[in-house]
Design a protein around this ligand. Structure first.
Ligand code: FES
Length: 221
């Protein structure tokens, strides 16, 4: 059994500040871009969430659902592996922005999309499983998002991150300035937040021109 306290490496009577410090330290070590694994990263996030719920419920170490003591919550399955949940993703096709004259930095983008009469392939939601990249998650749910190399070398699969976080492995071509603005590669980017909002199909943006390789035999769209 692995309790939230075990994961964060704090005592069961640790105060809020100690838990916060431990979380910040552990989440940095566990981040997939810093040598950690997605599974470990999500385990640390879940441990912190459980302890945070406890604090919101007073100091009773109980969850919302029942009176389970937080120390008795097991974050692993019967094989001892971390139980990680799928990530909820809301997506929007960049072609829609083009058609409607919306901009990427419009804070109301997804609300507008909800009120427009869009096809489910243009705007919708999907779940990405823990072992899937964002691109794989979309494909495995039946969506045809653009790609070519599938190896972080061409930017055909680029998405724009509106909300949430996607890992960005070291071996990619995305320059820091574009990554800082929210561009990610969906073929080798793994969601590392509970929820995501992304605009996919951004490969035609001028900013990405230099990164796009000529279409290969496997290019989609
Ligand atoms: S498909 Fe080429 S970088 Fe993702």
């Amino acid at each position: 059994m692995v309790s939230p306290f075990d994961v964060l490496k704090v005592d069961e009577d640790a105060d809020e500040a100690t838990i916060e410090r431990a979380y910040r330290e552990r989440i940095k070590q566990a981040h997939p871009d810093q040598g950690g694994t997605l599974e470990e990263f999500q385990l640390v996030r879940r441990a912190y969430r459980e302890l945070d719920d406890r604090d919101e419920n007073g100091d009773e170490r109980a969850t919302d659902d029942d009176d389970t003591d937080v120390a008795d919550i097991d974050l692993t399955d019967e094989d001892g592996d971390a139980e990680v949940e799928p990530v909820r993703v809301e997506f929007l096709d960049y072609e829609v922005l083009d058609d409607y004259g919306w901009s990427l930095d419009d804070g109301d983008l997804f609300r507008k999309a909800s009120h427009a009469d869009l096809d489910e392939s243009e705007h919708g939601r999907l779940l990405v499983q823990p072992d899937e990249s964002l691109l794989e998650g979309a494909e495995n749910r039946g969506f045809g998002w653009p790609f070519s190399c599938r190896g972080g070398a061409c930017a055909n699969c680029a998405v724009y991150l509106v909300e949430g976080e996607i890992s960005q492995p070291a071996n990619h071509i995305m320059p820091d300035d574009l990554a800082d603005r929210g561009f990610r590669l969906s073929c080798n980017g793994y969601p590392v937040s509970d929820e995501l909002r992304v605009v996919f199909n951004v490969k035609h943006l001028d900013e990405l021109d230099d990164l796009i390789l000529p279409p290969g035999p496997f290019t989609r769209r």
